[in-house]
Design a protein around this ligand. Structure first.
Ligand SMILES: CC(C)(COP(=O)(O)OP(=O)(O)OC[C@H]1O[C@@H](n2cnc3c(N)ncnc32)[C@H](O)[C@@H]1OP(=O)(O)O)[C@@H](O)C(=O)NCCC(=O)NCCS
Length: 161
């Protein structure tokens, strides 16, 4: 089941922040990823996405029938000079024991529905150019590279209305 995070649950917010750190370590390596942000900053970053005063965003969780949280994605409406307003998948993480079962694919579909509800015509994400697992997944969902710079790639897709 994909559902929004409970913003009033400190344990859910902290779990996502912890897994944001695990994502950085997995993608960038222990040395760079593990020291990039403090846990406090990561917790505040999750909360920032949930505060309408700062951001139109959401955090989606995948939960199994026992209530275990298998993974998350963080989304927001983003605006920049080159592409204007679009829906951004800021990050994805799926617990290693539950990968390859379609959890992240379900996040992409649910996230795109959320973006369409916000009136977005384009969805994007970015990652390290060598993150082939995420790239393969996004490409299978219709995303293609639109920019590569400093070992990062931006993947984008037009959203049908
Ligand atoms: C990238 C990541 C989010 C993918 O999560 P996932 O839940 O394993 O992804 P899915 O299961 O939806 O898709 C992975 C593959 O399994 C396949 N798959 C999906 N459902 C399947 C099923 N029921 N049976 C067999 N294979 C399946 C998909 O087709 C996909 O194949 P592909 O590699 O050829 O594209 C996960 O590997 C992860 O958390 N990585 C570390 C963090 C990270 O890199 N985050 C992104 C940086 S922002």
């Amino acid at each position: 089941m994909i559902r929004p995070i409970n913003p009033d649950s400190p344990s859910e917010v902290e779990l996502v922040a912890t897994r944001m750190r695990l994502t950085l370590i997995e993608v960038l390596g222990e040395e760079v990823g593990g020291s990039m942000y403090t846990m406090q900053w990561l917790v505040e970053r999750v909360r920032w996405h949930l505060d309408p005063a700062h951001c139109i965003g959401t955090v989606l969780l995948a939960e199994d029938e026992t209530g275990a949280i298998l993974g998350h994605t963080i989304l927001r409406v983003q605006s920049d000079d080159e592409v204007g307003e679009h829906g951004l998948f800021s990050t994805f993480y799926v617990d290693p024991a539950h990968r390859g079962k379609g959890v992240a694919t379900a996040f992409v579909r649910a996230g795109e529905a959320w973006m369409r509800d916000q009136g977005m015509k384009q969805a994007m994400t970015y990652t390290a150019t060598n993150n082939s697992r995420l790239r393969n997944l996004m490409e299978s969902q219709g995303y293609g590279p639109i920019l590569e710079k400093n070992d990062m790639v931006v993947l984008a897709k037009q959203l049908a209305s």
